[in-house]
Design a protein around this ligand. Structure first.
Ligand SMILES: Nc1ncnc2c1ncn2[C@@H]1O[C@H](COP(=O)(O)OP(=O)(O)OP(=O)(O)O)[C@@H](O)[C@H]1O
Length: 685
């Protein structure tokens, strides 16, 4: 059966044939079969589209609100865009994801966890480049004053124009609403269509003047149809003052990464000076997004889990790469994007070998990210790794892949996995003078003779006083070629040098001696490179909610969240079949056993029918229900029911508690338990 995409392509082709036939003034008899083919293709498309049930986001959202997974913050004050509070099931799902993240990365990869502050002094973000560059362009609707992120607006406007064009060519009505006074859409010429597609592909290239020109050339307007102001840069960091003087500028961090880098020296010491190693951190990040939208997907305060893995710049192999090299990942390389091809399942070993992925460590983490996402319950068919195009890469980065997850909002970046090179550690060394380096002990010492500079402290100290250390560091950090140049300048008796504080200092010839010096080197110093997997937990939580949601058609269209047991907020529901007083001691002893085994549970002894009680718990994804019935009074056995198969088995309380624990820890499969205890067919609904 052809796919909807294939049928659409045929419709566009056939519509073109009909158009040309009409222009050529073909006879009615000749035209008729061509039109019939077009009509039957359209009917075929409609049939195929009807088969694919669109995802009912409104129903999921209603469930999430009803069960308080999350909700807009400050709702009774009218709310603020981009800020959300998590309710009890939302908190539990997030905590369970983070517990698995710790297990999967921090414990299984032996990482060093840090927790650094959110409040950060300005100097840190000056060094990292965030003060200057962590910004997006915004535009303002010149009539309503509404503000839009410039690239999002271009995407939206061109996307709509392309969709309208496609609908026109398919002979379908566009459901995009037209602002007042706007002309009906005309089909785009092939040239215009190609230009729009090229702009969308390379949107990150448009900055400053070229972005202003793009808005003018393409007549990009606000969704109201009003013109917009010229794009201007807007820094996304929240600024604040630290302390009572109001003079110490600070920011709320927009990522956890800088905290790791600033502690690099202590971390390396904690790791017994052994390289390579990784630090990990879970914490809040803050970004003053221009237009927060799409629920948890673009917010202003969110939880991030970040890893910074430090390696030698020339040795980016990974010790455990052999464990993942045969794993196939859906790689959407830059080359495939350019050729308008889709992602391709590729063994990560091959991708590293043929340099599609820059190095083993990057490839290793991509594989571990993929396994983690599947481990928590993300649908493997809705994950892809998209490589950054050359124009998207930061200038210092050699390669970067985003783990995108598909939801009803399209493909969304949920994890970034980048090679940040030595950029951050070098930047902080430059700003503070503190060496953030690692050392290689050489098997044999290297003896070298080269031009070197020595400080004459007695002449130096009295002149520079408190600045002496800064000036000295600037002088001693010079390479041989720079010393040579400096020596030439000193011939006149004095020369100046710029230190890390940005000031220029005058050095006289009696303050230093320059001459050949023999050195024996036992260790080589280097600035480590950093491979960074960076997880946006809110985006992962939302994607997981969508991937877990389904509707039990036969059961009054009740929504179910099919969380894996390890992720589910509550693992077991305890249901007495009626409110007979004899059940009370059994409920008590069962709950005690569950508590002792660390199995989170809820008792529902309401008078609702059993089926209704199951359904209520389906909505928060409770995977197991234990029923206490009259048989329990006789032999202390209970039944255990699984949410998705709705199958049950009967066993003692202890066996059932142990079974749930093993199911949560993924030590046993449900089917194996059904085989072991035999299916129980009896009470339900
Ligand atoms: N505003 C946000 N709301 C929720 N999660 C976010 C937000 N910004 C970033 N993230 C998450 O943090 C991760 C790492 O951040 P990174 O700086 O790489 O994102 P980004 O490239 O700026 O994202 P985008 O291009 O979508 O703004 C992202 O993969 C995403 O999961």
């Amino acid at each position: 059966m052809p796919t909807t995409d294939e049928i659409e392509a045929k419709i566009i082709q056939q519509a073109d044939i009909v158009k040309k036939a009409k222009q050529a003034k073909m006879s009615k008899e000749e035209l008729e079969p061509l039109i019939q083919t077009l009509l039957s293709l359209k009917a075929q498309l409609k049939d195929e589209q009807a088969k694919v049930k669109p995802f009912d986001r409104a129903a999921l959202e209603a469930l999430l609100t009803k069960r308080f997974f999350y909700a807009p913050s400050f709702q009774i004050y009218g709310g603020i865009a981009g800020l959300y509070d998590y309710g009890p099931p939302g908190c539990a799902v997030q905590t369970n994801i983070l517990n698995l993240w710790r297990q999967h990365f921090v414990l299984e990869e032996d990482m060093l966890e840090v927790e650094c502050t959110n409040l950060t002094p300005e100097a840190v973000f000056q060094a990292s480049g965030h003060v200057e560059k962590f910004a997006d362009y915004k535009v303002t609707d010149s009539v309503t004053g509404d503000i839009y992120r410039a690239d999002h607006l271009v995407k939206e406007v061109l996307g709509k124009r392309l969709e309208e064009d496609r609908n026109l060519k398919l002979g379908l009505q566009s459901d995009a609403k037209k602002p007042k006074g706007q002309k009906p859409a005309e089909p785009l010429t092939e040239e215009t269509k190609a230009h729009y597609e090229m702009v969308l592909e390379t949107l990150d290239n448009y900055q400053g003047e070229s972005l202003v020109k793009l808005f003018k050339d393409l007549d990009i307007r606000a969704p109201t149809g009003n013109p917009v102001t010229e794009p201007v840069l807007f820094n996304l960091m929240f600024d604040t003052q630290i302390g009572p003087t109001g003079q110490f500028q600070g920011y709320l961090r927009p990522e956890t990464a800088q905290g790791h880098f600033l502690n690099f020296k202590k971390l390396l010491e904690s790791n017994n000076e052994q390289m390579p190693f990784a630090s990990a951190s879970i914490g809040k990040s803050f970004r003053n997004e221009i237009s927060p939208r799409q629920g948890l997907l673009r917010v202003r305060e969110f939880t991030m889990a970040e890893i910074e893995h430090y390696v030698h710049p020339d040795r980016k192999n990974h010790d455990r790469f052999d464990e993942v090299e045969n794993l196939e990942l859906p790689l959407y390389s830059a080359a495939a994007q350019l050729a308008a091809e889709g992602p391709k399942m590729t063994k990560i070993g091959e991708a590293v070998k043929n340099r599609t992925v820059n190095n083993e460590t990057l490839g290793y983490f991509m594989a571990r990210i993929y396994l983690f996402l599947i481990r928590i319950g993300i649908d493997a068919d809705r994950i892809r790794f998209r490589q950054h195009m050359a124009n998207e890469l930061a200038h210092y980065s050699s390669d970067c892949w985003d783990a995108d997850i598909k939801s009803s909002y399209g493909w969304i970046e949920c994890v970034g996995c980048a090679d940040r090179s030595a950029y951050d550690l070098s930047a902080h060394t430059k700003k503070t003078g503190e060496k953030l380096i690692a050392r290689d002990t050489l098997p044999e010492p290297i003896v070298t003779t080269k031009l070197a500079l020595e400080i004459q402290k007695s002449k130096f100290g009295p002149v520079f006083k408190k600045d002496a250390k800064t000036v000295q560091e600037a002088l001693l950090s010079m390479e041989e070629a720079e010393i040579k140049e400096f020596e030439l300048k000193l011939k006149d008796g004095k020369a100046s040098i710029t230190a890390a504080d940005g000031k220029s200092y005058e050095i006289t010839s009696e303050m230093v001696t320059i001459g050949m010096k023999t050195e024996t080197i036992n260790v080589l110093e280097y600035v480590p490179n950093v491979i960074e997997p960076s997880f946006g937990i809110g985006r992962i939580v939302y994607s997981l909610l969508e991937h877990s949601y389904y509707v039990r058609e036969e059961d009054e269209q009740r929504g179910v969240l099919k969380f894996k047991p390890a992720i589910a907020p509550t693992k077991a529901l305890v249901i007495p079949i009626s409110n007979n007083a004899d059940f009370a001691p059994h409920i008590k002893s069962l709950v005690q056993k569950l508590r002792q085994a660390n199995v989170s549970n809820k008792v529902d002894n309401s008078s609702s029918a059993i089926g209704r009680r199951y359904a209520r718990n389906d909505e928060i994804g409770t995977p197991f229900a234990i029923t206490i019935d009259f048989q329990t009074l006789k032999d202390d056995t209970v039944t255990l029911r699984e949410r998705d198969t709705t199958k049950q088995f009967r066993a003692t309380k202890d066996q059932v508690v142990e079974a749930i624990k093993d199911l949560v820890d993924e030590k046993v499969e449900w089917d194996a338990l059904i085989k072991k205890y035999g299916e129980f067919v009896g009470q339900d609904a």
